[in-house]
Structures are given as C-alpha cells and as structure tokens.
Design a protein around this ligand. Structure first.
Ligand code: SF4
Length: 237
C-alpha cells in the first residue's frame, strides 16, 4: 500500500446542506469540515495570543468549531464513501475548516473526482495550491476555490481563486488589490459576468456596523457585492 493510500484526514463533521454564499448559493452540497487552522487553535483561551502571534483579526471573532474533539480519521476512500452515504445523489462538495489546505491533497481530489464530485474549497489563502495539490509533478487542484483572506495581501501564497470573500469590517477591498488580480473566473469566462468579489458583514456583536460598512464599501468599489448568507435566512445548518 502506497503512502498516499495510507494517509488519513482528520474530519470534524460531514453534512448535507445548501451552499449559503457566493456564486454557488442555493446549490445542494456535501460539506466536509477539516480539523485545524493556522490562524487560531480553536480554543477560547488562545484567541488573543493567536491573534497577536499571527497578526490576524479573525481569531477574535471566529465562530467555527474545528477542534479535534469528536473528530474522526478517514482515508480518502473512506471519506468519499461517507460523503456518498450522507449526500446521496449530491455530487458537489465543499471542503472547509478551519483551514482545509493543511490536510487536503491531490490524492483526495483524485478520489473525489473518481466518484464524480465537483470539488469546491474554502481557504484563507495562506497556502500554495501548487504545493498542496501536486502529485508526481501533476497538479490536481479543486474545481472551485473560494478565498477569504485573513492576512495582508503580500503574505498570501495562494496562486489564484474563483471567488474572493472579505469579512467586513476587519478586511476591506482597498487592502487586497493583488489578490483581486488573481481571480481566474472572470478571466476564464468573462462573458458570464459572474460576481466574484464579496463583502461579508461579520455576524456578531458588530453586525449592524459591519452591514453599514459593507454597503458603503460596495458603493465605493462597484466590482464588489454585499454577500447575503442565505442559509441563515432559510435557517438551515
Ligand atoms: S482562518 Fe477562518 S477558520 Fe481559521 S480562525 Fe480565521 S476565520 Fe476561523
């Protein structure tokens, strides 16, 4: 058995739902949450120290549970089987976290493609797609890449993405001119005029101020749109 076949991925949860945001909003999907993130440990007591150490704002307000408690290890084959069991006929998946690029790799993308999954991934942009998804000098990247950056533009290593999502107020369009240049969707399919740059108001104690700022930013930068989290309006997980 080869090394890639033995590799196991630590997964917090797998669930069937609708994608709530962005270009794919409303589409049935199997979500896979990977354990771990390179911005925050995931534990309350580390919020401030991790925010300071990484010089990132998101550990202060991140509300996602990607800790190792109640997680499970899967081989690529076992993970795809479980996704098929949970998703039934659905063949669109979203790999999320935490930071899924810390674990996802070319072998997993190949296994998902063999089962005819279209693979989307949500990343903070700190890791290189080439380094993560190359096997035997061949690149097997996910099909759809959503980047929600949490560090300054010049510290990001992601080579390209299809959608960009900024969580307002900590992240704003003027801070990401380089990353906005790396969106491939508009270059590949310019005639579609797909919306690719999103302003996501932070959903916490600063919600009202964040919504106001997101609207102002969209009026000032017309290539950006305010993102609406349809899964919260529809009350689905
Ligand atoms: S990068 Fe994303 S998952 Fe990680 S701490 Fe920040 S907001 Fe949370």
């Amino acid at each position: 058995m080869g090394l890639t076949q033995m590799r196991k991925y630590r997964i917090k949860e797998i669930w069937k739902t609708l994608q709530g945001e962005g270009v794919m909003a409303g589409r049935a999907a199997v979500f896979v949450r990977f354990v771990g993130c390179n911005m925050w440990s995931g534990y309350e007591q580390d919020r401030n120290t991790d925010a300071r150490r990484n010089k990132a704002a998101c550990p202060i307000w991140c509300d996602t549970d990607f800790t190792k408690e109640n997680s499970h290890f899967y081989t690529a084959e076992a993970l795809v089987n479980e996704m098929c069991r949970i998703g039934g006929k659905i063949r669109f998946c979203v790999l999320t976290g935490g930071e899924p690029l810390l674990q996802a790799d070319a072998a997993l993308i190949q296994a998902l493609h063999q089962e005819h999954f279209e693979v989307a991934i949500e990343t903070n942009g700190t890791l290189s797609l080439k380094d993560t998804f190359t096997i035997n000098d061949q690149l097997y990247p996910p099909d759809w890449i959503v980047c929600s950056p949490k560090l300054p533009d010049e510290q990001l290593r992601i080579e390209y993405c299809d959608e960009l999502k900024l969580v307002v107020p900590d992240y704003l369009p003027a801070q990401y001119p380089l990353l906005a240049e790396r969106i491939r969707t508009t270059k590949l399919r310019p005639a579609l005029h797909l919306p690719t740059c999103w302003l996501q108001p932070e959903d916490g104690t600063r919600k009202e101020a964040a919504q106001y700022l997101a609207i102002q930013a969209a009026l000032e930068h017309p290539t950006w749109r305010v993102s609406v989290q349809t899964h919260k309006i529809l009350d689905i997980p």
